[in-house]
Design a protein around this ligand. Structure first.
Ligand code: CU
Length: 166
């Protein structure tokens, strides 16, 4: 196979990775009172490999809960909990729906609850994780989707340069 063909195949393999996305929850409003997160989710497509970025003040926290606790705004037994930081990044690791709420009394009832439906990754390159549990927010992986994007960009650049130099 020619070098050009090889480069093209490499490009095709890398392109889906370019689309791993980091979503800032609530957009500029962040993770806060007075935001309708059901509305925020509408029309967005979340995939395994994408990242949720919660930005919040000291009165808020982020708890991962199951659906019944989400429905009841019960933050007493989260599967994961994050606080103290101004920012929490959670990588989406498996297909399904992840449920979040703010455990500060009254905040969930006031609307600080988020249910995110997660679809399969666009390509096998994304399927990360030996870990089966969704949304482990390990620091080491915080920038994973950005690194994936950089990798895609590098490959695209290489291929473009190759085309120009021929
Ligand atoms: Cu809150």
């Amino acid at each position: 196979m020619s070098t050009a063909t090889a480069a093209l195949l490499l490009l095709l393999a890398a392109v889906p990775a370019v689309f791993a996305v980091t979503f800032q929850v609530g957009d500029t409003a962040g993770w806060n009172n007075g935001v309708n997160y059901t509305t925020w989710v509408n029309g967005k497509i979340f995939r395994v490999g994408d990242t949720l970025e919660f930005k919040y003040g000291p009165s808020h926290s982020v708890s991962v809960v199951d659906k019944p606790d989400y429905d009841n705004c019960d933050g007493s037994r989260p599967t994961q909990s994050f606080s103290g930081g101004r920012e929490t990044k959670i990588r989406l690791r498996s297909v399904g729906t992840m449920h979040f709420l703010c455990p500060t009394p009254g905040h969930c009832l006031g609307g600080m609850k988020l249910a995110v439906p997660i679809l399969a990754a666009a390509s096998p390159m994304h399927s990360p994780s030996p870990s089966p549990s969704p949304g482990n927010a390990e620091n080491a992986r915080n920038t994973a989707s950005k690194r994936v994007m950089s990798y895609g960009n590098i490959v695209v650049t290489m291929v473009l340069m190759y085309g120009v130099m021929r």
